[in-house]
Every structure is written in structure tokens, then in C-alpha cells.
Design a protein around this ligand. Structure first.
Ligand SMILES: [Zn+2]
Length: 443
């Protein structure tokens, strides 16, 4: 008899929702993990016959699926949760956010705020995130220490256009950070220009050529607000997406964040150029910015991920809630936006779509042999989630982040049976209270 292959872990859930290669749900199936990678996906009987796992995790009321990806956030802003939120975006940012940032945001704020946000995200089943905020080196440090996957944006802009001195990162400095994280297993970097109206053609062209040289991704807000579209039209005679296309920025390594207020030509351009899109439904709806036609983009083959954007506006770092709202909005739309988003497609956006938008499509986002074991178990055993007819619908519409029971990042348990292992919860609470008291006291 042939001896079995040793492996670290076998997870046997009630249901398996691998997201790719096909939109199927399986029962009596499991996943085998070894040295952080998925080495077996299939019927439990076959896996038991082939592998000798050192540990077995049985989850008889649960669905096992890929970890959620928060494809656009400003993680450490969770310390500013509670700031009044009132759109439109630009006025709110200028009058409310910018003064708070000038007062509070420093390297400690970003490092400790990012750490707290990572704890919140892990507890919500989020195993990778795309960051776009100040002091990217501190966010990168926090993510690497916590051993979660982070794709950190390097802010680049015309110095003379910046209202906030923190946000001016010289390209040279960005390149230095690039060298520091070139071979880091947890952190990768991308260039993060500001919205189109706030950056010159020359600066965008320069960013593009540097990105091409080192094979870096670019992600930036595109069609976030009506004002952005209008101002770009009047300054450049073209809509923002068309302007970026004319400057040669649109390619598969480009991610357009937001993409509200699209017209048919924008959809066609997104499809033709092979870009990815990130929708931030909770935040954009709260600020009155609009919403992204997720299903329309998916229909054209455009990969769409989901992001919370700032936790101040979204309220929570909760990709499952973003997916639910995206599906609900898809049914509320009219005209170009009218196309329902199935529960499966919404969950695909919350996982694989986000991974692709961050350049991690080959690493995570689905349960497939060879990918990193970035996994989440969701408990559907409670009455609130029963009866389960469609697993994808039960996850999307009945479960919440509170039902996340187990989370693995690269095969390492970060949450087990509802308990956060990656951090000391007591210490985290203390840290958050300190920041809250400081900000409140002088706020
Ligand atoms: Zn944003």
C-alpha cells in the first residue's frame, strides 16, 4: 500500500464554496493545507485516502470559503470613527477630515491604527487589504508584523497641488520603500495618485513610466464623484477614464477605485483596456457620491473587487456587508446600471475580484490547489441563518461578520472558533481606549 502524504491540516466543513474555478458549492468536501498552501481540494473520502494530516478541523455547520479581500481602505482612520459624516465628499474632506488629520495623523497613529484595523478585519474574515493612506511605511510595518496580506499605496502627486503636507510623497521616496518590500511575503506596494482633477498630465505620465519600469500596479480614484467628472471634462475636455486612457495608464495593472457614474463608453473602455475596478458601496452611498454598476462591469469581464474605503464613512471594516449592499443596489438600479448581481457574484467580488484588483489573483481569492491557504469559516448553524437552501445566499443575506468562526492566513489560524488569536484582545482594547481618550480630550 502506498504511504499517505503528510500535511499540516485538513479542514472538513459542511459546505465548501471555493469561488473558482467554477461557481459550485460542495458537501462532504474538504481542503488540505501544507506549509501555508492549499495542497488538496476535493471529496473528504479522497482526501483522507491520500493525506495524513497532523491536525483536523471539523466544522459541521459551517461553510468554508476564501478569505474576504478589502480591496480599498484607509485602515488607520478607524481611530477617527465618530467624526461627523456629511457629503459631498470634497467639502467633507476639506472641512472635517483634513483638520483632524493635521492634528492627529502621525506615524504612531498610522501604525497603531492599522494594527487595530487589522484585528477588526481578521475578526470579520478579511485576510488581505489594499491600503491608501498617509505614512505608508508605517502601515506596511503593521501589516508585516501581523502577517496579513497588505497591498500598500504609495501616494504620489504634484507637490503644488497638495493641501496636506503629509500626503506629498516624492517618487524617489516611494522607490526606496519599493526596494525595502521587494521580497516581503506579506506586503506589496502600488502607486496611488490622487483623483484625476488633482494631478497633472506630466505627473501621471511620470508615474506611469516609473510603474512600467518596476512592473508596479497603479490604483487611483476614478469617477468617484460628479464634481470629478465635471471638472475633468472642463479642464481636459474628456471624462476622467478617457483622459487616463489617453495618457496610457489603463492596462491590466491598473485599478480604478469607485467608478460611479459610468456611461456606456466608460464601460467599453474598462473592458477594452483590461483594468480592474474596486467598488466601495457603503462609503460612497453614505457620502452621496453614487454607486458602481458591479454586475454590468462583471458582465463585460472586468474584475470587480469591494472595499470599505475609510472606516469613518463605511462605519465598519466589513467586506461581507459591502457585498450585501452591492447586491441590493444592483436590484435598485435603473437604466445602464440595471442588472441584478447574484449572491455568488457578490461573494466572488468580495474575494477573488478583490484579489485580482490588488494584483494577488494568483496568490489568493479562491480555494484552489497551489494558492495560499487564506480561508474563512462562516457558521450557518444558528436559527438566524436557517434553513440553508442556497449557501451563497445564506452567507450574503443571512450571515454577518459575527458568524465568522475561523480565519487562516497562509495556513496559520488567526481566528479560531470566534476567538482572535493573532492579537491579544485585551491589549487591543486598551490601545483603542487610549487613542479615543486622547482624541476626545483635545478634539
Ligand atoms: Zn476612496
Amino acid at each position: 500500500m502506498q504511504s499517505k502524504e503528510p500535511a499540516d491540516l485538513l479542514i472538513a466543513p459542511r459546505w465548501l464554496l471555493p469561488i473558482a474555478p467554477a461557481p459550485d458549492t460542495f458537501e462532504r468536501h474538504g481542503v488540505v493545507v501544507d506549509r501555508g498552501r492549499i495542497v488538496g481540494v476535493g471529496a473528504l473520502a479522497d482526501l483522507e485516502a491520500r493525506f495524513e494530516p497532523r491536525e483536523r478541523v471539523l466544522r459541521p455547520d459551517h461553510v468554508l470559503m476564501p478569505g474576504f479581500v478589502n480591496a480599498h481602505t484607509r485602515a488607520s482612520m478607524m481611530l477617527l470613527r465618530g467624526l461627523p459624516v456629511q457629503g459631498p465628499l470634497m467639502r467633507w474632506w476639506r472641512e472635517t477630515v483634513a483638520p483632524a488629520e493635521l492634528r492627529w495623523v502621525n506615524p504612531d497613529f498610522v501604525r497603531e491604527g492599522t494594527q487595530l484595523a487589522i484585528a477588526e478585519m481578521l475578526r470579520a474574515g478579511i485576510t488581505a487589504f489594499g491600503e491608501s493612506y498617509l505614512f505608508p511605511d508605517e502601515a506596511a510595518r503593521a501589516a508585516a508584523a501581523a502577517r496579513v496580506r497588505a497591498v500598500i499605496g504609495l501616494p504620489v502627486q504634484d507637490a503644488e497641488n497638495s493641501s496636506n503636507p503629509h500626503s506629498v510623497t516624492q517618487l524617489a521616496r516611494a522607490e526606496r520603500l519599493w526596494d525595502d518590500y521587494k521580497s516581503n511575503p506579506w506586503v506589496s506596494l502600488y502607486f496611488a495618485p490622487p483623483p484625476s482633477y488633482a494631478i497633472s498630465d506630466a505627473a501621471l505620465t511620470h508615474v506611469r513610466s516609473v510603474a512600467d519600469e518596476i512592473d508596479a500596479r497603479i490604483a487611483m480614484p476614478v469617477h468617484e464623484t460628479e464634481v470629478e467628472v465635471r471638472d475633468t471634462l472642463s479642464q481636459h475636455g474628456r471624462r476622467p477614464l478617457q483622459r487616463l486612457a489617453d495618457l496610457g495608464l489603463l492596462r491590466p495593472g491598473f485599478t480604478a477605485v469607485h467608478m460611479n457614474r459610468l456611461d456606456p463608453a466608460d464601460l467599453e473602455l474598462a473592458h477594452e483596456t483590461g483594468i480592474a475596478v474596486v467598488a466601495c458601496p457603503q462609503s460612497d452611498l453614505r457620502l452621496g457620491s453614487g454607486w458602481t454598476p458591479v454586475a454590468r462591469l462583471q458582465e463585460r469581464g472586468v474584475p470587480v473587487g469591494l472595499g470599505s474605503d475609510s472606516p469613518v464613512t463605511a462605519g465598519a471594516l466589513d467586506v461581507l456587508a459591502e457585498a450585501r449592499l452591492a447586491a441590493q443596489l444592483a436590484s435598485a438600479r435603473q437604466g445602464i446600471e440595471a442588472r441584478p448581481l447574484s449572491a455568488y457574484d457578490a461573494l466572488r467580488a468580495a474575494t477573488l475580484g478583490g484579489a485580482i484588483a490588488l494584483g494577488l489573483g494568483a496568490t489568493c481569492g479562491s480555494i484552489e490547489v497551489g494558492k495560499s491557504a487564506d480561508l474563512v469559516c462562516i457558521d450557518l448553524g444558528s436559527l438566524a441563518c436557517q434553513p440553508v437552501v442556497s449557501v451563497a445566499e445564506a452567507v450574503l443575506f443571512s450571515a454577518t461578520r459575527q458568524n465568522v468562526s475561523d480565519v487562516w492566513v497562509a495556513g496559520r489560524a488567526a481566528v479560531a472558533q470566534g476567538r482572535l488569536l493573532a492579537f491579544d484582545e485585551q491589549e487591543q482594547r486598551h490601545l483603542l481606549q487610549q487613542w479615543a481618550a486622547r482624541i476626545r480630550m483635545t478634539g
